[in-house]
Design a protein around this ligand. Structure first.
Ligand SMILES: Cc1cc2nc3c(=O)[nH]c(=O)nc-3n(C[C@H](O)[C@H](O)[C@H](O)COP(=O)(O)OP(=O)(O)OC[C@H]3O[C@@H](n4cnc5c(N)ncnc54)[C@H](O)[C@@H]3O)c2cc1C
Length: 417
């Protein structure tokens, strides 16, 4: 026999977006039930690089990107790949991505990301000050490394934009680089250093600590997969795969890369795809890593986590079903070994995760067209951890019918319709 549960707010998905939204909703006095079909906090949010990358305000679809892309695509293990089996399916998304790289759209994206990431920095500061979470966030500083002076100069416009947005950094040469990160290969003579760079100790631990806190404060977890959502008069009914129903006053959809199918049941067509990313986590003493390192000309980062040294990045436009190609993780690890001579490469753990990505590199935050009771919160691409607290603030304001802190028009679900 099927059952119907009634609740105030149902949050679907326990990744960083769902868990953080639950925390904020609870702080606003809402009673929250979380729904999860798999293991709690084991989606994309569990294995990412752990960087709170607030200065990353430059949309990936930027003018000139389509000239660079073929060069990357030519290298099968390079930073960007499209598996042949998925090429036809991803074509409409790539078309929209290309359109988003036009100067006008780029500037719109830049402003929208700047507003969101500034809010994100402010909100995350509140979260990081909570006694239950403060030990999980630290300021290590970020070193953005370039292969040559020409390559850093080519990125000058991006750094100028970041500076105008109020983020601080300084250009450094070999002596400072050696001081900031001893042991880097001598080829790295040009870098930007952001002393305020923040990170979490480990993204799974951070996500899990938020989830556990929300449960300890009275929220409950329901296991199951949401299959469809129906707006029936004043009610919103979520039907699970076993036929059980949840009747909620508000529903938040935070299903990461899997959100498209669910919102389609409400009639929303969103061009959500996944940018699959890879990494390898080595033991914490594989290298004396002092801070986050971005290898900008190679599309990967190295982060010192409490659980190990994580080397990862890459974008594979391969959908949700194809098997992982861990040669991508191996290729990045091999390069890291060259860039950090002395890095102990043995015994690493490989991982692949699904970034939930929109073609314009902006998340989807807004209400369903058919009912304001269903709130969409997904599509954060490369920046879900970074933007989680800002998203949670906006979701909570939408749930209580308040004005939002910043305009959410750039993030509206129907912007590609
Ligand atoms: C290699 C890599 C490195 C990254 N590095 C960073 C970084 O340094 N900083 C940063 O800010 N971001 C980073 N990201 C991006 C970030 O990880 C994602 O944007 C973020 O994790 C998305 O969070 P989410 O909660 O939306 O999705 P997820 O964490 O994937 O959570 C979605 C949850 O929804 C559940 N679910 C799905 N469908 C249903 C359903 N129908 N019913 C019930 N439950 C459902 C899933 O089981 C899952 O638990 C990185 C990503 C990758 C892949």
């Amino acid at each position: 026999m099927t059952k119907t549960l009634k609740c105030d707010v149902l949050v679907i998905g326990t990744g960083i977006i769902g868990s953080m939204a639950a925390l904020y909703l609870q702080n606003a006095g809402r009673e929250v039930v979380l729904l999860e079909r798999g293991e709690v906090a084991r989606g994309a949010s569990s294995g990412n690089a752990g960087i709170l990358a607030f200065p990353e305000i430059i949309p990936i679809p930027a003018p000139g990107i389509m000239k660079k892309a073929p060069r990357w695509l030519f290298d099968p293990l390079g930073p960007l790949s499209v598996p042949p089996a998925y090429a036809a399916k991803i074509a409409p998304w790539l078309w929209r991505f290309w359109r988003a790289s036009a100067e006008r759209s780029f500037r719109h994206g830049l402003k929208s990301l700047t507003d969101l990431n500034r809010l994100a920095a402010m909100e995350m500061a509140h979260v990081a000050a909570m006694p239950e979470l403060s030990h999980l966030v630290s300021k290590t500083g970020t070193l953005d490394l370039y292969d040559s002076e020409a390559s850093l100069n080519a990125a000058r416009r991006d750094w100028d934009e970041k500076e105008s947005a109020g983020f601080t950094f300084q250009r450094v040469g070999r002596p400072e680089i050696e001081e900031l990160q001893p042991g880097l290969a001598p080829q790295f003579r040009h870098a930007m250093f952001s002393p305020d760079g923040l990170q979490v100790s480990d993204p799974y631990d951070f996500n899990r600590a938020i989830f556990d806190l929300v449960i300890a404060r009275g929220a409950s977890l329901r296991k199951g997969e949401a299959e469809r959502i129906d707006a029936v008069g004043e009610s919103t009914i979520v039907t699970l795969e076993n036929g059980d129903k949840i009747d909620a006053d508000r529903v938040v959809i935070a299903c990461g890369a899997w959100s498209r199918k669910l919102v389609a049941t409400l009639g929303s067509i969103v061009p959500l795809e996944t940018e699959r990313g890879y990494n390898t986590t080595l033991s914490p003493n594989a290298f004396n890593l002092t801070r986050q390192l971005y290898f900008n000309d190679h599309g990967f980062v190295v982060t010192p986590l409490s659980t190990g040294i994580r080397i990862g990045g890459a974008v594979e436009l391969g959908g949700l079903e194809l098997k992982p190609n861990f040669r991508r993780a191996e290729a990045m690890l091999k390069k890291a070994g060259r860039f950090l001579p002395g890095l102990k490469l043995e015994g690493g753990k490989q991982w692949m995760g699904f970034r939930p990505s929109m073609p314009d590199c902006l998340p989807v935050i807004g209400t369903a067209r058919v009912t304001p009771s269903v709130i969409y919160a997904f599509g954060h691409g490369h920046l879900g951890l970074t933007q989680s607290a800002a998203t949670a603030r906006l979701v909570t304001q939408l749930a209580s019918g308040e004005d939002t802190e910043i305009s959410i028009d750039p993030f509206r679900p129907g912007r590609f319709s």
